[in-house]
Design a protein around this ligand. Sequence first.
Ligand SMILES: Cc1cc2nc3c(=O)[nH]c(=O)nc-3n(C[C@H](O)[C@H](O)[C@H](O)COP(=O)(O)OP(=O)(O)OC[C@H]3O[C@@H](n4cnc5c(N)ncnc54)[C@H](O)[C@@H]3O)c2cc1C
Ligand code: FES
Length: 259
Amino acid sequence: MNQEEAIIAGQCDRGGGYRELVLASPRIAATVRPGQFVHLRIPDLHGAVLRRPFSIYRAAGDNLHILYKNVGLGTTAMNRLEEGRQVSILGPLGNGFPLELNDRQPVLVAGGYGVAPLYYLAEKLREKGRLLVGGRTAQDILLIDEFTKLGWQVEVATDDGSSGRRGMVTVLLDELLDTAPAGRCVFYACGPDGMLKALAERALAHGLPAWLSLDKHMGCGGGACLACVTRIRTDDGSESWERVCKDGPVFAAREVVWE
Ligand SMILES: Cc1cc2nc3c(=O)[nH]c(=O)nc-3n(C[C@H](O)[C@H](O)[C@H](O)COP(=O)(O)OP(=O)(O)OC[C@H]3O[C@@H](n4cnc5c(N)ncnc54)[C@H](O)[C@@H]3O)c2cc1C
Ligand code: FES
């Protein structure tokens, strides 16, 4: 893990209330793997001292790209970060997704900002596969052209039917699981807990491997404060508490104990 004084190289709107922030951060950009994240200290937060965690959407040359949504104090303050501004980031943090496919076909399942780490994963996996992505409306569906350009087959579901199939992403998942080639799938997922849990149940029922990136509120980001612990089932059936920031954020579906 490095602490780096990154320089804001730019930012722009990406639609659906999302923005893309580009940070010049050569040391972290050189080593970050898909599914890892950075912990960013946002300047001008007036007393709010905690860093905020963000997945890496792309790492190219010296630059890290983050896709973020305005949800509160910190992310709103991020809108105001101007080119040339210095920000402190810790990273790369967490374990990341395993890249070994073991002859399986990758299926990425995304909701919300979950497309960001999965895009970086899609760039790095040796095989192309399918992306199943869900959102409330067409506005919430991001990066479709980017995944398509990489050669991935993209399927969309929206709650209101304004893009792709009407319904949740599980509609697409159930269709996939009903087809014969599903037996060779490995799932990689990032999104809301409800979506991760629904995927985990289906993957386990079909005996298929699934990797889930969990989202927990974080404090230190480095394994010390235990703000981010989650219950994990070990192979012998017992349970332990693991830190999402350090032991995760990626866990196998069979390990996760849902509250
Ligand atoms: C490993 C990891 C990777 C992440 N990657 C991304 C990313 O790539 N893009 C992105 O937009 N967001 C990402 N997040 C979520 C992001 O960290 C939070 O949205 C951000 O910290 C909110 O900060 P804020 O100060 O704007 O919100 P606050 O003012 O702190 O909170 C505003 C609202 O957001 C909720 N909130 C805060 N943190 C989280 C969280 N971690 N998960 C769910 N709700 C939260 C609060 O409960 C509150 O309702 C990630 C989180 C984790 C744990
Ligand atoms: S955020 Fe401190 S241990 Fe995970």
